[in-house]
Design a protein around this ligand. Structure first.
Ligand SMILES: Cc1cn([C@H]2C[C@H](O)[C@@H](COP(=O)(O)OP(=O)(O)O[C@H]3O[C@@H](C)C(=O)[C@@H](O)[C@H]3O)O2)c(=O)[nH]c1=O
Length: 182
């Protein structure tokens, strides 16, 4: 298992050790002790899975404290551009975004800490995305930022006019007006 730092503190990409043989492959997608060896000590309590068609864009979402969530995101099928935006007011990278291609093929995982907004776009025909969370879903604590906020200028790898976006996500505020409490 390998950990890649990003330019944003605490936001890391994890690559598993994959064992291939004539049957196919095997890897540990999560191991509490191996993650602890990498300095990651998180108690995950909920696993989520979503399936989306090409052109779907979900996000950018977060839950405010005390219900903030760390998310460990991976792709079971397909390819996504996974995006995290730093919302920590005292962070030197506040308002900056990081994007990474996650796919069933590259098996990379993005560890999105508490204090970030998260979203992804689907660039393959379909994609199944799975993520672990260290806090339960709480509707009242939900917050979001509009995916096309010009101050974030995120490259979602698609024509945004064609993006498939939920009604809820179409009316989210830009970062300067969001209700983030981080
Ligand atoms: C996120 C979530 C949603 N739901 C319900 C609420 C709603 O009726 C339905 C669909 O919810 P949403 O439209 O919010 O799903 P979605 O837009 O996929 O929301 C997700 O987006 C990605 C980018 C994230 O980072 C996640 O944390 C989550 O916010 O599922 C739960 O029951 N539990 C959950 O944990």
């Amino acid at each position: 298992m390998k950990i890649e730092e990003t330019f944003i503190k605490d936001l890391v990409v994890i690559e598993p050790t994959v064992f291939g043989d004539e049957r196919g492959y095997f890897f540990e997608s999560y191991s509490k002790t191996k993650f602890e060896d990498l300095g990651i000590n998180i108690d995950f309590v909920q696993d989520n899975q979503s399936f989306s068609k090409k052109g779907t864009l979900r996000g950018l979402h977060y839950q405010n404290p005390p219900f903030a969530q760390t998310k460990l995101v991976r792709v079971l099928e397909g390819e996504i551009i996974d995006v995290a935006v730093d919302l920590r007011k005292d962070s030197p990278t506040y308002g900056k975004s990081f994007s990474v291609l996650l796919s069933a093929e590259n098996k990379k995982q993005l560890l999105v800490p508490q204090g970030f907004a998260h979203g992804f776009s689907v660039i393959s025909e379909t994609a199944s995305v799975m993520y672990k969370c260290d806090q339960f879903y709480n509707k009242e604590a939900e917050g979001g930022i509009k995916f096309d906020d010009p101050s974030l200028n995120i490259d979602w790898g698609m024509d945004l006019k064609e993006a498939i976006v939920s009604e809820k996500d179409q009316v989210l505020p830009f970062i300067d007006n969001c209700n983030s409490l981080f």
